[in-house]
Design a protein around this ligand. Structure first.
Ligand code: PGA
Length: 275
């Protein structure tokens, strides 16, 4: 399965200049990595086996997507409006159509910070998923349990509730009109991110993550017999030092990276681990 490493920049960096520097450093280092890989291994272009993606904040989307145009790195939004896929009187929102026009081909949805600070429910996320699909944007749907839920051993219960939105999506006319064998699996990625691991330096063990990923894949498969294997990423304090251990698991298909994606060196080291 194709590996994915996605940089979620959140509300960073502060200035246009810093954004330009960061994206330039990432593109340059990635080009060097591709050249090195093809020089050392002509039979197998390893750089191609890990798809990279960057999710800047909305205001930097156009600049970052323009800079990425001649690279193999994709650009994603961090969120889209639930109210309309196109235009309307929704102050402060950016629609799927607008972020696609700004160069995004994917959007992150349901990040725990959106769930926590913007009370995003399954109902809201279903509306956002439909908007994304209508505008042919891929969606990286984030799920994961809080520390209290982890301590209460409720991880699977919480995840199953959050995954219901995918089941509901499959019943929507937009999903029914898609060829499930190909299109939906290509436009949906699940990112399992335990809330207690995000930005804390605390990580679950690789075997805990692997067991959860196996469960997520089984749940998704149970929703529709035609649905092929969906990519499941791990996120939460992934860094250059621990990426190898997550990459070694056959059911961890890549990483959603926050803090470590703000430095080209650590982001590319994580990409290398998954290549
Ligand atoms: P982190 O964030 O890598 O800084 O823990 C991950 C995320 O929130 O997606």
């Amino acid at each position: 399965m194709q590996a994915w490493v996605i940089g979620n920049w959140k509300q960073n960096p502060a200035t246009k200049r810093e954004v330009e520097t960061l994206v330039t450093e990432i593109v340059t280092a990635n080009n060097e990595r591709s050249v090195n890989n093809s020089n050392t291994d002509s039979s197998h272009d390893k750089a191609k086996t890990c798809q990279l993606m960057l999710a800047p904040s909305c205001i930097h989307l156009s600049a970052v997507s323009s800079r990425l145009q001649d690279s193999s790195i994709l650009c994603a939004a961090q969120d889209i409006s639930a109210h309309s896929a196109t235009v309307g009187a929704y102050t402060g929102d950016c629609s799927a159509q607008q972020v696609a026009d700004a160069g995004a081909t994917w959007t992150i949805l349901g990040h725990s910070e959106r769930r926590q600070y913007h009370q995003e429910s399954n109902e809201i996320l279903l509306a956002k998923l439909v908007c994304a699909l209508e505008q042919k944007l891929g969606a990286v749907l984030c799920i994961g349990e809080t520390q209290a839920q982890y301590d209460a051993r409720d991880t699977i219960k919480v995840i199953d509730e959050q995954l219901q939105v995918v089941k509901q999506l499959l019943a929507q006319p937009i999903a029914k009109s898609m060829d499930l064998d190909h299109t939906l699996a290509e436009q949906l990625i699940i990112a399992y991110e335990p809330v207690w691991a995000i930005g804390t330096g605390k990580v679950p063990t690789v075997s805990e993550v692997s067991a959860t990923h196996k469960h997520i894949k089984e749940q998704l498969a149970s929703f529709a017999s035609k649905l092929p294997a969906i990519t499941v990423l791990y996120g939460g304090s992934v860094n250059a030092d621990n990426a190898d251990s997550f990459a070694a698991s056959p059911v961890i298909d890549g990483a959603l990276v926050g803090g470590a994606s703000l430095k080209a060196e650590s982001f590319l080291a994580i990409a290398k681990a998954f290549s």
